[in-house]
Design a protein. Structure first.
Length: 384
């Protein structure tokens, strides 16, 4: 039984080391993924520690016990810091160092105790649970906690903590070094390594899950304003029209007046500031309504109103126009720009009017607004 578990331990350790090395290399390849670097380095340290423990009969006791467990404490702290990095929270290095130092000091303090092995096993398990509790807190308090990867990590960390509680229970039932030779203790360590292996896989999964979400947002959102881009708006608008079939809808097309002059006279950074300002204004003005909106390109924005909001489209459009014109926009380089917008409006019934028809009518109304002096709202009121 011992030989069998020992062979499995070597296989597990080798696989675990290769996997954590792959995590570290991915973290180095993608600098923005700081969590992978934390977890990769932590995994490598854990592998070193487990190797030192496995070599205990052949190397000095202080190396396979004190050093091995101190390295494990450092590895566990990097699991916590990796979770913080994933959530883009500040890593509290001083606190991490203090906790590792405290755990190491306690370990060294009991190194000469009579029941040293059992006490060390209980102490390690307690420290292990402390670091995992800190990691668990990060994932549980995350706004992304409902994601599959987060739920998977939370489950695995809870299982690891339960396994360590079992380890502590075993330590309480053995004394004078008997725990070291117990097949139950060997099996508990085997299960822990299996769970750690699964946790590393879950870390990889959650990073790729976050990367996939970021790529989706980049594909669907305008990088400057954060609003839907043209493609995403058209896709979402088509879905809304299908859902609200038979109900009134309205489409607004906004175009910033003389925007080229802003870029020419104030610089492109000032132009970007104006676009961002308008995006924030749209958020504020449209928050109470069932509205879909995005940047369709350049200085043009588009809004789809459904349900009761569609009946208020002329008022909403006028409020947006007035709010933009009311105050000068202060740019990041302290310039003040007075900006206006022209708005074209079209309305109809979802299912009877296609998105293409609404956009064409709103574009024609926008053209009228520009021809009639700009800074105004014009619309095909007969369709509303």
């Amino acid at each position: 039984m011992q030989l069998h578990l020992g062979t499995l331990y070597v296989v597990q350790l080798t696989t675990f080391t290769l996997l954590t090395l792959a995590v570290l290399l991915m973290g180095l390849r993608y600098p923005q993924e700081q969590a992978l670097r934390h977890w990769g380095i932590g995994g490598i340290l854990a592998s070193v520690s487990m190797l030192l423990i496995a070599l205990r009969p052949a190397i000095p006791l202080w190396l396979s016990v004190e050093v091995a467990n101190i390295v494990l404490f450092a590895a566990l702290s990097l699991t916590w810091s990796g979770a913080l990095a994933l959530e883009q929270r500040p890593v509290r290095w001083r606190l991490q160092f203090s906790l590792v130092f405290l755990a190491s000091a306690l370990l060294l303090a009991i190194s000469n105790a009579p029941a040293y092995f059992e006490q060390r096993a209980a102490l390690y398990s307690s420290c292990y649970m402390m670091f995992n509790l800190l990691t668990l807190r990060v994932f549980v308090s995350s706004p992304h906690r409902q994601r599959l990867g987060y739920r998977l990590i939370t489950t695995l960390v809870l299982l690891l903590m339960l396994a360590q509680m079992g380890r502590i229970t075993l330590a309480m039932h053995f004394s004078q070094g008997e725990l070291a030779g117990s097949p139950f203790f060997a099996m508990a360590n085997f299960v822990l390594i299996l769970l750690e292996f699964a946790k590393i896989l879950a870390f990889i999964f959650v990073c790729f899950e976050a990367l996939e979400i970021r790529l989706y947002k980049l594909a669907m959102h305008d990088p400057l304003t954060g609003l839907y881009n043209r493609r995403a708006f058209h896709d979402q608008a088509a879905l809304r029209l299908a859902v609200h079939a038979g109900q009134p809808v309205a489409l607004l097309v906004l175009d910033l007046d003389f925007f080229k002059q802003v870029n020419d006279h104030h610089g492109h950074q000032a132009g970007d500031d104006v676009l961002v300002h308008l995006a924030r204004l749209l958020h504020a003005q449209l928050a109470p309504f069932d509205a879909l909106y995005g940047r369709s390109g350049g200085e043009e924005f588009v809004i789809l109103l459904t349900g009761n909001a569609a009946n208020l489209a002329p008022l909403i459009a006028e409020n947006i126009r007035g709010a933009l014109a009311a105050d000068a926009i202060q740019t990041s380089d302290a310039q003040h720009i007075q900006q206006t917008t022209s708005i074209g409006l079209a309305g109809g019934i979802a299912g009877q009017h296609t998105l293409r028809q609404l956009i064409m009518e709103a574009d024609m109304a926008l053209y009228q607004a520009k021809q009639q002096g700009r800074d105004c709202v014009r619309g095909a009121m007969n369709t509303l």
